[in-house]
Design a protein around this ligand. Structure first.
Ligand code: PLP
Length: 451
């Protein structure tokens, strides 16, 4: 008989496989059980309080105790807790949220498809693009271009677009036709003596050479996070996105902005593509859409894509794609209320102001002996730790030093995320000037204690 216990720790280690966790280490250590949320803080089952400096998973824009979202969910639960959107059905919150998203996104994006996660949204992008190209009589136009260190999710298709070894290794991915290009991170991938402008030009040339080698008629889409997130927070240098957008136009390739992290003010602008100066044909959003109080993601796309899909659905009699929870009424009601709060409280403008303070505060750690690079924009940042500042030599590839800094963060009452040896920060958009000062102060303590 299996041992029974009412300790949450024991129940967890005997029953659960955790995402992104070393399972054997976890069996020894047990879970950190988070019990409550309060503004930018979370509180664990022992009563210890932490600043959540990564907004959970880059997602809780309005903080962890926004009662308006609770009330919106409760009201929708009361009225219509569930209904689907298959076969032409609709309900008010999903219709209103579609309209709101079309209003908030770049002008050429006029149509919406809802999913429950960023991974499903990117799977939907792949399938929509394939379906569209089949409909347009060009079945050979199926390949995706993505970047090394990109994060687009973990389902079979979105995990293939992701460019991180841990998401491919032993999962037999990529499983769809995708070519990964150089990550646009100048500090790590710039050549000796190269300027940022030359680096951008080299990467754009690499993309064009790849398109010509593979055959422009076979490349369907280029997907990228305007500012890269989970791969280590990388802001591409000037000229990069301009060059990529021009190539996509030249070779009739759809440009997909994965704004699952960037969207709704994270970079200090409403959209990462606006901040980076390009207009996508498809935009993917999630996370801050509902502040992750409910699982929800949306794919926004152009009328031209819609028309091709709509015509084909008419020919076949259906668009054979959709999830039980597509446009879920409680999730979309929470999304609407969350976006209303972001607008009413000026949280995008706050992110721009607090972002400047955060970046300026972190910049002073550039001289710290452990720090190779401080980078970021708006309220998203990373500090990369290196073994040798002069040569940029990294610590061991398992990221043990980053993991140590992460643990020290917990001891100091702040939750950060260690991406290898890059320490990521991404605080809630409601952060105040005093909160940002405190985050920077604790970051300094973490660096000093990690040394
Ligand atoms: N795209 C980006 C840019 C992300 O950062 C993530 C998750 O972190 C995803 C897609 C996948 O989203 P989800 O974890 O909701 O499947």
């Amino acid at each position: 008989m299996k041992p029974l216990s009412n300790s949450l720790q024991h129940m967890d280690v005997t029953t659960t496989l955790h995402p992104y966790t070393d399972a054997r280490v976890h069996e020894e250590k047990g879970p950190l059980v988070i019990e409550r949320g309060e503004g930018i803080h979370v509180i664990d089952s022992t009563g210890k309080k932490y600043i959540e400096a990564l907004s959970g998973l880059w997602s809780v824009a309005v903080g962890f105790s926004q009662t308006r979202l609770r009330d919106a969910a409760a009201a929708q639960m009361e009225k219509l807790p569930y209904y689907h959107t298959f076969a032409g059905k609709g309900h008010e919150p999903s219709i209103r949220l579609s309209e709101k998203l079309v209003e908030m996104t770049p002008e050429n994006l006029t149509r919406v498809f809802f999913t429950s996660s960023g991974s499903e949204a990117n799977d939907t992008v792949v399938k929509m693009v394939w379906y569209m190209n089949n409909a347009l009589g060009r079945p050979e136009k199926k390949k995706f271009l993505a970047r090394n260190k990109a994060y687009h999710g973990i389902t079979v298709a979105s995990g293939s677009l992701t460019g991180l070894p841990a998401n491919h290794r032993d999962f037999d991915l990529p499983a769809i036709p995708v070519v990964h290009l150089t990550c646009p991170h100048f500090y790590r991938f710039g050549h000796d003596g190269e300027t940022e402008a030359e680096f951008s030009a080299r990467l754009v040339k690499e993309a064009e050479d790849t398109i010509l080698r593979e055959g422009p008629k076979t490349i369907a889409a280029f997907i990228g996070e305007p500012v890269m997130g989970a791969g280590g927070v990388m802001v591409p240098p000037a000229g990069y996105w301009e060059g990529i957008a021009a190539l996509c136009k030249k070779y009739d390739i759809l440009l997909v902005a994965d704004e699952v992290i960037n969207g709704f003010g994270r970079t200090g602008a409403r959209w990462g593509c606006e901040k980076m100066g390009f207009t996508p044909d498809i935009l993917v959003t999630s996370k801050q859409l509902t502040s992750s109080y409910m699982p929800l993601a949306a794919v926004l796309f152009s009328e031209a894509i819609y028309d091709a899909i709509a015509d084909n659905s008419h020919k076949i009699g259906t668009f054979g794609h959709g999830y039980t929870a597509t446009g879920h009424p409680v999730a979309t009601a929470v999304g609407l209320e969350n976006l209303a709060i972001i607008e009413e409280q000026g949280l995008i403008e706050n992110a721009a102001r607090m972002g400047e303070q955060l970046q300026a505060g972190l910049a002073k750690f550039a001289d710290h002996p452990l720090v190779g690079e401080v980078r970021g924009t708006g309220l998203i940042a990373a500090i990369e730790l290196v073994a040798d500042k002069a040569t940029k030599r990294p610590f061991d590839p398992l990221g043990k030093v980053g993991a140590k800094a992460f643990e020290i963060g917990h001891e100091e009452g702040m939750i950060i995320r260690n991406l290898g040896d890059s320490l990521a920060l991404c605080p809630p958009l409601i952060a105040t000037a005093a909160d940002v000062d405190e985050i920077v102060r604790i970051m300094g303590v973490i660096l000093d204690r990690t040394a």
